[in-house]
Design a protein around this ligand. Structure first.
Ligand code: SAM
Length: 293
């Protein structure tokens, strides 16, 4: 067999190099495309929060400012929804688990309604005092019973296993003495680090204090734990649950058969994990691309 000539070796080497270059170019195009799509999604999520914040600010009558609505705080989109809901449904009694910016937003809506009362359960004396001073600064203290008390062992029904590392704790039940006819229960505490399913006791604790058409709103349902709680509440206490594709997710429980309007587009979009932008109502695809993975 004859040895390949230098010319042939060089040719085959160049062919391989060209194939490698093509593959590299293709991979970097795909990578750049994915990066651009991800950036657009992040940008639009941020824009959606800024838009909600702008509308929230228009609706609020407060003169000062809210704490930063990032991290531990409720997001602008859910606060806007909460404020709008309270102003349109004019609840008599609202109960909140976990205070902060939402306490001020709810109190502002009640004050603009000129009716209603907020019972705000808070476990932290430190953050409770911050909320109290924010309310007083806006002359909203009269709309809120700020009920501060350390979390105590919870003996009732719970999803946290009895032998769990972190025992079940919740707000002291005595904070709820005399509370009845609750039209809206807004659940955003106690913190998740308390124990597994830390927010579960809210409904067992308040079920017989709710008014016939009460709604229960659970923040943070992008977390599976909060979703599991909503499912159990719905099954055990006769509610229908709908999830809203807000930044941190909102679970809205309404009485079964209460005839509350659903948003099918949002629910359908939420089921499609491969298109997170759809869940935000941001669909940039061309009509012919829709329905393709
Ligand atoms: C999820 S947060 C509640 C947020 C509240 N609903 C709001 O809209 O701001 C749960 C708990 O975080 C605590 N908290 C309040 N302000 C905080 C802060 N600046 N940093 C860390 N935790 C805070 C409070 O004890 C509150 O009950």
């Amino acid at each position: 067999m004859s040895e390949p000539s230098n010319q042939n070796v060089e040719k085959s080497f160049l062919t391989q190099l060209e194939a490698l270059e093509d593959r590299f170019l293709q991979a970097s195009k795909e990578h750049a495309g994915k990066l651009t799509r991800d950036l657009i999604i992040v940008q639009n999520r941020l824009y959606a929060q800024l838009e909600s914040l702008a509308w929230l600010q228009r609706r609020l009558a407060i003169k000062g400012q809210l704490p930063p609505l990032r991290g531990w705080a409720s997001s602008p989109d859910v606060l806007l929804r909460l404020h709008t809901h309270i102003m349109s449904t004019r609840p008599g009694v609202v109960v909140e688990c976990g205070g902060g910016a939402s306490t001020v937003v709810i109190a502002d809506a009640l004050s603009q309604n000129g009716t209603g009362r907020l019972v705000s359960l808070e476990h932290s004396a430190y953050y409770g005092e911050q909320t109290r001073s924010a309310l007083e600064g806006e002359d909203l203290g009269g709309w809120v019973d700020l009920c501060i008390g350390d979390l105590v062992p919870w003996k009732g029904e719970h999803l946290n296993p009895a032998d769990a590392k972190q025992p079940s704790r919740w707000y002291p039940m005595k904070l709820l003495e005399g509370v009845e006819n609750v039209d809206l229960l807004w659940v955003d505490g106690p913190p998740g680090a308390t124990c597994l399913f830390s927010r579960y006791p809210a409904l067992p604790a308040l079920a017989d204090k709710l008014s016939p058409n009460a709604e229960v709103w659970m923040d943070d349902t992008i977390r599976q734990e909060e979703k599991d709680i909503c499912e159990r509440w719905a099954a055990d206490y006769g509610f229908e649950v709908e999830y809203y594709a807000l930044e941190k997710g909102l679970g809205r429980l309404t009485r079964a058969g209460a005839g509350v309007q659903r948003s099918p587009m949002v629910s359908a979009a939420l089921e499609d994990d491969s298109h997170p932008e759809w869940a935000l109502g941001l669909d940039f695809s061309l009509p012919e691309e829709r329905g393709k993975p």
